[in-house]
Design a protein around this ligand. Structure first.
Ligand code: LLP
Length: 414
């Protein structure tokens, strides 16, 4: 529901940088970081928004970072993060290594949060003594969509909980150094079974301790949701921390010493800081549906097409007037029927009451700071769009617009 910017500010950014445009508000990000600062380590899941300048902002606030690819490790390094140390500023989380990424974690000494036992063997053979976390699938999970539920037997993520013993044996075999246990059961979690998640973590710590393995930290993973619609629950971060802190204390009683407690949010830290600015370029009626067509599509914001996700929207007219609302289907420029921002799960178009929009008006799509720019593609040969960070009233271009020539250059002159 959030839009940190005034209409005048958005018009001036659209005039200065053009549309479509990603805009982020630094103050909102700092405020969300403060909300979870009772966790001693906040590790930003950069897949949510991996712009180097956003990562620099995170680092300035003392936030550490998670990387899920070689590219994300190189982004973290470019933002000034350094791997190693306790806790390491960078951790690599994955379920497999490709050859180049294995080289990269070994070269830079990046601790690995392993989601498969094969990763432990491959890392151990190359880099005995390397620091590892174990990402465990506790056998259940939850998410805002089936596609974002990462626990349970349908999920490819993590080491199945009953295989913890085998994973620990692989660690011992290669002399790897166990840092901690990690669980991320999904994105957009419902908090009703958080107790169960925390309980599962305590049991895992007990199993590791009984098998003679010491550890230094536990990680609650990410998954904190944000209110995309009015009426959606707002996370009580004190309560959330309290439950995990209690689990940490139980785990400390088992291992007999202090344990670090990490949280790994993506969406929570950045989603509400960002908007996607588009411009209305056409409108038409099809039977009973009124379509407003904008210059941004699912190649920029994929969430509605991929999950049927809801994003609040506003229409801004240059003269500041607001027209009466009418049921509107908002769609993009792509050659795909699914290129619709107002849709439900399964692709059904859902007209939404919006002020009648005219060609030239701005369309503001809210809460797009997470999984917006980072999930964009070049579909229909559309260059990646620019990103702007607003901080203390100053707007700064943090990614310039890609050009079609840059795209063509990948294929020409080979
Ligand atoms: N940690 C791990 C290991 C993860 O896989 C993820 C998200 C996170 C942390 C951060 O989750 P968050 O706090 O942002 O919920 N593209 C989807 C979300 C998929 C997230 C995948 N992993 C979306 O647009 O909702």
């Amino acid at each position: 529901m959030s839009n940190p910017f005034s209409p005048a500010q958005l018009w001036s950014l659209a005039d200065q940088f053009g549309t479509p445009l990603w805009v982020y508000d630094a103050a909102t990000i700092r405020q969300r970081i403060a909300q979870v600062s009772n966790f001693e380590t906040i590790r930003f899941a950069q897949k949510a928004c991996s712009n180097i300048h956003i990562l620099k902002l995170m680092r300035e606030q003392g936030v550490k970072v998670d990387a899920v690819s070689r590219g994300e490790i190189l982004r973290a390094l470019a933002a000034g993060y350094v791997a190693g140390g306790e806790p390491s500023e960078i951790v690599f989380t994955a379920d497999l290594f490709d050859a180049a990424t294995l080289d990269c974690v070994v070269e830079h000494g990046v601790p690995v949060n392993a989601g498969s036992i094969d990763m432990l063997h491959q890392l151990g053979a190359r880099s005995p003594g390397h620091a590892v976390w174990l990402r465990i699938n506790p056998g259940f999970g939850h998410g805002h969509s089936n596609k974002t539920n990462t626990g349970g037997e349908h999920s490819k993520h993590g080491i199945w909980h009953t295989d913890l013993g085998a994973a620990l044996a692989a660690i011992a075999q290669h002399g790897l150094k166990l840092v901690g246990l990690h669980m991320h059961i999904g994105s957009g979690v419902d908090y009703s079974h958080l107790q169960e998640v925390c309980g599962a973590m305590v049991n895992l710590v007990r199993t590791a301790h009984a098998a003679g393995h010491d550890l230094h930290a536990i990680s609650a993973g990410g998954g904190l949701s944000i209110p995309y619609r009015s009426g959606d629950p707002v996370v009580d971060t004190q309560h959330y921390h309290g439950l995990w802190d209690a689990a940490r204390q139980q785990a400390e009683a088992i291992v007999g010493h202090k344990l670090g407690l990490e949280i790994e949010p993506g969406r929570y830290l950045v989603a509400e800081s960002g908007v996607l600015l588009g411009q209305v370029r056409a409108s038409k009626n099809a039977g009973n549906n009124h379509f407003v067509l904008v210059d941004t599509g699912f190649n920029e914001l994929m969430r509605p097409s991929m999950y049927g996700s809801y994003h609040a929207m506003s229409v801004l007219r240059r003269d500041g007037s607001t027209a009466a609302a009418q049921p509107t289907v908002v769609a993009g420029p792509l050659c795909e029927s699914g290129d619709v921002f107002t849709q439900g799960d399964g692709g059904v178009v859902l007209p939404r009451d919006l002020p009648a929009a005219q060609v030239g008006d701005l369309l503001v799509i809210h809460d797009t700071g997470a999984y917006g720019a980072s999930m964009s593609s070049n579909y229909n040969t559309r260059p990646l769009i620019a990103e702007v960070l607003v901080d203390g009233g100053q707007a700064r271009l943090i990614r310039r617009r890609q050009t079609v020539d840059e795209l063509l250059a990948l294929e020409l002159g080979l």
